[in-house]
Design a protein. Structure first.
Lengths: 174, 302, 458
């Protein structure tokens, strides 16, 4: 009697285990991310991933086909008709932080295709702010990342702003 | 005067006049840049006018503090040009096209055959093999002919200096970056990757590819590919170039083509004039007892 | 000065105060034969000097400020208009007016027209001083004027038109100094120097023509560097240099007419009979030359417009300005000359010459400054400091003119020790002051034994 019950519970448990979806992105995907690879003049970006999943719904809108959704763009379909998910869907796995270093340029000239992809900073901004402009999201620089002190000095802004000189237009030039 | 002395004098003066005025043989203006020359492709459809490039240039070239912070957008109310304190500026253009205003970054275009270089009489400018047009302030006399010649009105001048006024312009970050193969400061900082750095020839291909893949986004022209002999800084735009401050009437000839004909005449005059005018002299003063000393004819005309 | 002469003061026109006995010393020569007190009195009495004093009082400090504080203190520091009044007026306008040096040199030495000799030295001096002060204006305008010799000795940019201009102006200044040095050597009594220069005069003159052709043209070619910036009516892609060169011909000739008129009015005491008696006739001769230059210039300007097919620009506002410049500077003088040469109306000729000079100056100002950057929204007007400094430098130019004319044998003939009325010797004769001369001889050239008085023109 007890042996049958044990087997039943074990079997049900195994059944549950194997029938749950393998790629449950809702479980393994982070809800928030801190983008700090390029931190220099600005603080790190606190990215609300969960909110974007809710708003955007299609992973491919941001992650191209690397998140598993098949490519739609006819230009991409030429090669990526059956391309599924990649090992890493993080932006930085393809978009490098220093796209114009000598090494990157050497690499670039040899590649036949995808020789015009933006670097990491450019990819973030083009993807994010492009969509934000259309959908009414934050578009100002400091809306997503506040300037730190170094940034203020760099931009001669905030505490480092030059003294106001009203109405003094420099003569010369146009 | 004895004929011999006259000829001696003529030779001496003619030789003195030709001294030092050697003309290099210039080929036809078809220099397309050094093979390893770098360039920057500026994609105006991406620029949002954040002015980070201006800030980066200011820091990299150790320029004086600006009049207004670099995040101040009110500067867009008037059109600016590069000055002695700002080697690059961004201007805003309202084109009425949906998508908002177009922003344009202005800086030295590092031409293939720069007008500044060809107009400088002390050879202060150099086009390096990396593609930068750099300037040697140690020989500059301050004639400002380069400012007259530059078709893009780029060089500024530090008029306020009494002892060492010099030309100030973008040098492609040559001293600190380009020499070592690194991209200029403005390229590195641009968040939208408006600026793509690479070999000029590769950039032309990239530019054409972008136009081909998104023809509705771009005007089918790379500004700087051929203008005034070609420049290293190339532009793509989503509206007609003359609507965003570009001069589209310049033609494809480098500026030096306009003066080459005159420069070619110089040695001709130097060679022909002595014989011509000596001939006139001999013809005009025949029978006039000018200085031959052996013609005894009296002029009998009343 | 006239008052002193009326009182019997003798002007310096030879080495000897009293012939055969006492010589003028250098101080006396410098002070025009007056005592220092007399000299000072005549200087203070002259109202023109009062005007000069005012100009210098304001202008000289400004020039000092320019050098102490940099160009920003006296100009607009413009990046779009880097060349201001100093260059556009002082250099571009004064250089074509100074072409008289090579013009009269050529006329007399190359073409053998010795009847123009009375005015030759004035024209040579006009040329020398014009170029000299063009360089002075340049030194005031350059950012680092102490580096002016750089294109000669430090760094060469031979493909640049300005390189040619620099070398040629420097060489040509040397040529002109040599040509004028004849008068100087006469004045200080250095016959060896004078003979030395006479030997190479022909070579100097030919060099002068070569250099002048090229640098007058080169100043025009400078604007070929900015084809899009100069208004199409003033810019010619093919002929810019020719326009500048050809317009320098009437410019120089008419400048001589203007200067000689001023000289006759203000310092006639210094002019001898030789100069006075021949001036009217020579003025007509110069005007004839200028007319030919003007009609040629008009033709090539029109050809320039036709060549690039720019006729439609004439109907614009700039076109009206172009018509004004050509009308008042070229066409009107042509009519005036045509009418007046026939009837020997010297006053009208002189007025026509003045208009021509004005026209040349206006043309250079238009090309270099007024129509420059015609596509830009803002016109730039020079600062008042630039205007005052330009006027001050011009006043210094006039003062130097006057200084030299009062002293050197330009307007008068230097008389030598023995004035005997003998027929001129033939052949080349060496030796300076001891050569017997003709009474009323034209020039010291006669004393060198260069034969033949000039032909008498009707």
């Amino acid at each position: 009697m007890y042996a049958v019950r044990t087997w039943l519970i074990g079997g049900l448990f195994m059944l549950a285990l194997f029938t749950s979806p393998a790629d449950s992105s809702a479980k393994t995907t982070p809800d928030t991310l801190e983008l700090d690879v390029l931190v220099n003049l600005y603080d790190k970006v606190k990215f609300n991933h969960a909110k974007h999943i809710m708003l955007v719904k299609d992973c491919a809108d941001c992650h191209h086909h690397t998140a598993g959704t098949l490519a739609q763009n006819p230009n991409c379909v030429r090669c990526h008709k059956n391309s599924g998910a990649t090992a890493s869907v993080a932006c930085r796995s393809c978009h490098i932080a220093q796209p114009f270093s000598a090494a990157a340029l050497r690499e670039k000239s040899r590649t036949a295709y995808h020789n015009d992809i933006p670097g990491l900073k450019g990819a973030y901004h083009q993807a994010c702010s492009g969509c934000h402009q259309k959908m009414g999201g934050p578009t100002g620089c400091e809306d997503c990342h506040k300037r730190n002190k170094k940034g203020d000095a760099f931009f001669s802004a905030g505490a480092y702003a030059p003294p106001q000189s009203h109405g003094e237009k420099k003569h010369g030039g146009h | 005067m004895k004929r011999r002395d006259f000829l001696k004098g003529c030779m001496a003066c003619g030789a003195a006049a030709t001294l030092g005025v050697s003309q290099k043989a210039w080929g036809i203006g078809s220099f397309e840049g050094y093979p390893e020359g770098m360039g920057v492709l500026v994609d105006l459809t991406r620029c949002v006018g954040c002015r980070s490039c201006e800030a980066a240039c200011n820091k990299e070239q150790q320029l004086p503090a600006p009049d207004a912070p670099f995040d101040d957008k009110s500067v867009f109310e008037e059109k600016r040009r590069p000055t002695e304190k700002a080697y690059t500026v961004v201007n805003r253009y309202e084109t009425g096209k949906e998508g908002g205003p177009v922003f344009r970054k202005v800086q030295c275009n590092h031409c293939n055959e720069p007008a500044c270089l060809t107009s400088c009489f002390v050879n202060a400018y150099t086009k390096t093999k990396e593609g930068a047009v750099i300037y040697n302030s140690k020989v500059c006399v301050g004639c400002r002919n380069c400012m007259i010649a530059c078709p893009f009105n780029v060089p500024g001048y530090s008029y306020s200096s009494a002892l060492n006024p010099v030309v100030k312009k973008c040098i492609f970050c040559y001293d600190t970056r380009l020499k070592y193969g690194k991209p200029p400061a403005c390229v590195e900082i641009c968040p939208q990757q408006v600026l793509t750095f690479g070999h000029r020839n590769d950039l032309l291909k990239i530019g054409r590819d972008r136009i081909r893949e998104k023809p509705e986004r771009y005007v089918d022209h790379i500004y700087g590919e051929k203008e005034v002999g070609g420049t290293s800084w190339l532009y793509l735009a989503g509206v007609d170039f003359d609507k965003v401050g570009f001069d589209t009437t310049m033609g494809n000839e480098p500026i030096i083509s306009n003066v080459k004909d005159f420069l070619g005449i110089v040695p001709m005059v130097l060679t022909i004039w002595p014989a011509l005018f000596t001939g006139f002299h001999l013809l005009a003063t025949k029978n006039k007892n000018h200085e031959d000393g052996h013609s005894e004819q009296e002029d009998s005309k009343p | 000065m006239n008052r002193y002469i009326a009182k019997g003061v003798k002007t310096v026109d030879s080495h000897y105060k009293v012939p055969g006995k006492s010589k003028w010393n250098l101080q006396e020569k410098l002070l025009l034969g007056l005592s220092p007190k007399q000299y000072l009195i005549q200087a203070l009495r002259n109202p023109f000097n009062w005007l000069l004093a005012v100009i210098f009082a304001v202008g000289l400090p400004l020039i000092a400020i320019r050098f102490i504080f940099g160009l920003a203190s006296v100009t607009h520091s413009s990046y779009d208009y880097p060349w201001g009044l100093f260059l556009c007026f002082g250099l571009f306008a004064m250089v074509p007016l100074s072409s008289s040096g090579f013009m009269l040199g050529t006329t007399v030495e190359i073409f053998g027209r010795h009847d123009f000799e009375p005015i030759e030295r004035l024209a040579l001096l006009n040329g020398l001083l014009g170029y000299l002060f063009a360089v002075v204006y340049l030194l005031v305008d350059l950012g680092q004027p102490w580096r002016l010799p750089y294109p000669m000795v430090v760094a060469y940019g031979p493909a640049a038109v300005l390189f040619l201009v620099g070398w040629h102006v420097a060489t040509y200044l040397s040529v002109q100094v040599c040509e004028v040095s004849v008068a100087f050597f006469e004045w200080i009594g250095f016959p060896v120097g004078k003979q030395g220069v006479r030997k190479i005069t022909l070579g100097l003159t030919v060099s002068g023509i070569i250099l002048s052709t090229l640098h007058q043209g080169a100043l025009g070619a400078l604007f070929n560097y900015a084809p899009n910036k100069v208004h199409p009516l003033w810019y010619s892609s093919a002929f810019q240099w020719l326009h500048f060169f050809v317009s320098s011909i009437p410019g120089g000739l008419c400048m001589v007419i203007v200067v000689s008129t001023i000289v006759m009015k203000t310092m006639s005491w210094r002019c001898d009979d030789n100069f006075r008696n021949n001036l009217d006739k020579l003025t007509i001769g110069l005007a004839k030359g200028a007319s030919m230059g003007l009609i040629t210039y008009l033709a090539i300007k029109l050809m320039g417009v036709a060549h690039d097919n720019k006729w439609e620009y004439i109907a614009t506002g700039w076109g009206a300005w172009y018509i004004f410049e050509m009308g008042i500077g070229v066409i009107l003088p042509l009519f005036l000359f045509a009418w007046a040469i026939r009837r020997r109306q010297l006053g009208v000729i002189r007025f026509g010459a003045l208009l021509t000079v004005f026209g040349v100056v206006l043309n250079r100002l238009n090309t270099a400054m007024i129509t420059f950057n015609w596509k830009l929204a803002e016109r730039e007007i020079p600062t008042w400091q630039e205007v005052i400094i330009s006027v001050t430098l011009f006043s210094i130019y006039i003062v130097v003119w006057r200084f030299i004319l009062y002293r050197l044998p330009i307007l008068y003939t230097w008389k030598t020790a023995d004035e005997r009325a003998t027929t001129p010797a033939r052949g080349y004769v060496t030796g300076g002051d001891q050569v017997p001369s003709m009474a009323g001889s034209y020039r010291s050239r006669m004393e060198d034994g260069i034969i033949r008085p000039a032909r008498q023109w009707p």
